[in-house]
Design a protein around this ligand. Structure first.
Ligand SMILES: [Mn+2]
Length: 435
């Protein structure tokens, strides 16, 4: 019997909500997975990508990762991994550094044998490279074969590439695809092109408030003496992780109801050290988020995010007035006919999700991703906007950014044009410093 833990989307270094505690939480979750691996004496930990949240993790994030990998190494549990989209660099990968230290194995075309299982890897593949991809998986002499990969795959929802194509094109017959990228855990068995399991292990900490379900990882067991269809001998079980409490409060306000009702609902919950996510819908009076946040903070919440869906409901009919400058900005931005990429930049600059000091690097990261993934469509102005051609849209774009500077001071459109050759010119440690 071969038992492996399948985990992924660890997102080390993600300082969610600008909170150092959240950054710690992501490392803690990884540490717990490793502790379970040691306790369960599994044969390997397989990581399906996005170990780091960013291509340029900081030194503490790298040290944190190393300390966990050392735990596994101390228990003789191999750590086998692929590179995800969040962390992939053009040159050497962080994973290569860990491999050079003897703490990890980067999966690829050559099988890595774990008990009765041959494990292979396919890093995240950008859209433009998929068609010409050669599947050079070498043959193996094991009872089972598993492919570890990172990407949004069909037949799962939101997939943009069919994993069945990959399986069909591969010279090795895989009994299981252990996947990362989709943070929602989900498992399916397919018959076509052959009997096999497909599974996403899900993220180990909530990287966004949409990830409501409990976090966890997969324990995958390959039975001895595989049946006629080896997939019958594969058992995939989900294990829960004890992570930071998230308290989700969805309030539907009736006519005449307002902040009192929201506050009442929020304080009914146990909020100590929790991330509180409040969602307001329905009718009722305007609600000042600060009032709700204060009430939750008094009850011991770590942080509170309030989303009022009512503002967005009938946007088009809203009369813009100086009483609501946010809506005025939204209205104007809509009229600009910005490209999807420009809208994303605008969102990054103005939304509160990204700390002011991170805006420049976040914008650079996103634009670089779009360029690398060859998403040229993202730079085309939206149809139906007022901008008449691309040049106009660009001019308007910087005007829009200026308007946003009231909220975020770090806007330098020049930096948004990504300087691909110049990674690591800031104070963060680069890979090259290590190798
Ligand atoms: Mn991810």
């Amino acid at each position: 019997m071969t038992r492996v833990i399948h985990t992924g989307d660890t997102h080390l270094g993600y300082q969610q909500y600008h909170l150092p505690q959240r950054r710690e939480d992501f490392l803690d979750a990884f540490r717990r997975v490793a502790a379970d691996a040691v306790e369960e004496e599994v044969d390997a930990v397989v990581h399906a990508g996005d170990l780091f949240h960013d291509r340029r993790p900081t030194l503490p994030d790298i040290m944190g990762a190393l300390s966990v990998l050392r735990e596994l190494d101390g228990a003789d549990i191999p750590f086998l991994a692929v590179v995800g989209n969040h962390e992939s660099k053009r040159d050497a990968q962080w994973l290569d550094l860990f491999e050079s230290l003897g703490l990890a194995t980067r999966l690829g075309d050559e099988p890595v044998t774990v008990g009765d299982v041959a494990v292979y890897g396919l890093d995240f593949v950008a859209r433009a490279e998929r068609e010409d991809l050669d599947y050079d998986f070498s043959s193996h002499g094991c009872d089972y074969a598993a492919l570890v990969s990172h990407g949004l795959f069909q037949p799962f929802e939101h997939g943009d590439w069919d994993i069945r194509e990959v399986l069909a094109g591969s010279p090795v017959r895989f009994d299981a695809a252990l996947l990362g990228d989709d943070h929602t855990p989900q498992t399916r068995r397919i018959e076509d092109p052959h009997d096999a399991w497909l599974t996403y292990c899900g993220s180990t900490e909530r990287a966004s408030a949409d990830e409501r379900e409990n976090r966890g990882y997969n324990l995958v067991v390959f039975e001895d003496d595989p049946p006629d269809s080896p997939a019958d001998g594969v058992d995939i079980r989900r294990r829960a992780l004890d992570t930071r409490d998230f308290v989700f409060v969805d309030v539907e306000l009736g006519p005449g109801e307002g902040v009192e009702r929201v506050r009442e609902r929020v304080t009914q919950e146990e909020l100590t050290d929790a991330v509180v996510v409040v969602s307001i819908a329905g009718e009722g009076e305007p609600v000042t988020p600060a009032t709700v946040e204060e009430a939750a903070a008094e009850a011991g919440a770590l942080t509170t995010r309030v989303t009022d869906h009512r503002e967005l409901a009938d946007e088009r009919d809203v009369e813009v007035s100086f009483a609501d400058p946010d809506e005025a900005v939204r209205e104007r931005v809509r009229e600009l006919g910005l490209s999807p990429a420009a809208r994303e930049v605008d969102e990054t600059v103005r939304a509160s999700k990204v700390a002011d000091s991170n805006v420049a690097s976040e914008v650079e990261r996103r634009v670089r991703e779009l360029v690398e993934d060859d998403e040229t469509g993202a730079f085309r102005p939206a149809e139906g906007g007022e901008a008449e051609d691309a040049e106009d849209a660009q001019g308007e774009n910087s005007a829009g950014s200026e308007g946003a500077e009231a909220d975020a001071e770090v806007v330098d459109p020049g930096r948004a044009e990504a300087e691909p050759g110049e990674e690591g010119t800031d104070s963060q440690v680069t890979m090259e410093d290590y190798l």
